[in-house]
Design a protein around this ligand. Structure first.
Ligand code: F6P
Length: 329
């Protein structure tokens, strides 16, 4: 029978763009590990810290009072060096010198691509946890940070809507999502946006013009268009200019929400998700699993191999696009 030696020491990193709920996840990983007599070494700035051997030993008390805080106490980075083999070797050597044979990596697409290489070349066991506001990971219904970011966007758009209505203006609001329209789509539905532009669907300007014209003829006096930053039309500024060139009666303003979407205290949903995935990752390493991302599908923990989580881009729901279309007439 295949047996494996039970892990005694694990490393933990947050990598890629920070996301609200990462701290709640760090807490869950550390507390689950401590509960199981496993030591945790937190490396700062993701893979960068692994390369530079920049770590802190995390005890149960080290993660007290962080559950509710945005950002990540371990700091984060998008490491370019880690994509070079000699730096991966250096990182793996640092882990081995500490007696670490498992890693929990909280991050997005780039994080899991790095993890995949570490497993293949260095034989270090890795479990990934999806932490990104973009929600663009295959293998989970929701990523840590998405719910909070959505709520942040909705709050901002509601406020802008007040001004739009008071001044009879059309606002183009650009939200994050360089490759994915999940934030745009759900925030658009939640705020009753007149149109939602996402990278997954080619933007046809004529269609948008017709929609705006139809809205005006049905006595809409103001409007909100949500534009995902990665939309193929070129972003909110470009779309605004095209509308101005076509119609002279709209009083248009552009608002780019930017990084305020990434910060703030995590929502209750994100705290619970982060806690579940954090515990799930440690349990998985202790069961001898590796090379997988732990996510939640239909409310249950679900494991997806890294190369699938990385390669298969989740697509926005057709039914939600349709819903937004019908309700925005
Ligand atoms: O991946 C998350 C994300 O917030 C994207 O939506 C956005 O395009 C990107 O990060 C911005 O990254 P940075 O903070 O490195 O500019």
């Amino acid at each position: 029978m295949f047996t494996f030696e039970r892990m005694k020491k694990i490393a933990l990193i947050t990598s890629g763009g920070d996301a609200p709920g990462m701290n709640a996840c760090i807490r869950a990983v550390v507390r689950t590990a401590v509960y199981n007599d496993v030591e945790v070494f937190g490396f700062n700035k993701g893979y960068e810290g692994m390369i530079d051997n920049d770590f802190v030993k995390l005890e149960s008390a080290s993660v007290a009072n962080i559950l509710q805080r945005g950002g990540t106490i371990l700091k984060s980075a998008r490491s370019q060096r880690f994509f070079e083999p000699e730096f991966r070797q250096q990182a793996a050597d640092n882990l081995r010198a500490l007696g670490i044979d498992g890693l929990v990596a909280i991050g997005g697409d780039g994080t899991f691509r790095g993890a995949n290489m570490l497993i293949e070349e260095q034989g270090i066991a890795v479990i990934g946890i999806p932490g990104t506001i973009d929600n663009d990971m295959f293998g989970t219904d929701f990523t840590i940070g998405y719910d909070t970011a959505l709520n942040t966007v909705v709050e901002a758009v509601d406020k802008i809507r007040d001004t739009a209505a008071s001044h009879n203006r059309l606002f183009l609001i650009e939200v994050m999502g360089k490759d994915a329209g999940f934030i745009a789509l759900r925030s658009g539905i939640a705020t009753g946006a007149e149109a939602i532009l996402v990278p997954e669907v080619p933007t046809l300007m004529e269609e948008l013009f017709n929609k705006l014209d139809h809205g005006r003829r049905s006595n809409k006096t103001s409007g909100i268009i949500i534009v995902a930053e990665g939309d193929d039309a070129g972003g909110a500024q470009v779309v605004a200019q095209k509308i101005k060139d076509r119609f002279d009666h709209f009083d248009i303003r552009v608002s780019i929400l930017g990084h305020m979407q990434r910060g703030g205290n995590p929502s209750a949903m994100d705290r619970v998700l982060a806690s579940r995935l954090g515990k799930g990752s440690v349990d998985a390493l202790l069961e001898g699993k590796s090379n997988m991302m732990v996510g939640v599908i239909n409310g249950e923990l679900h494991f997806t191999e890294f190369d699938k989580a990385v390669k298969h881009h989740k697509s926005v729901k057709e039914s939600l696009l349709n819903l937004a279309e019908i309700l925005s007439i």
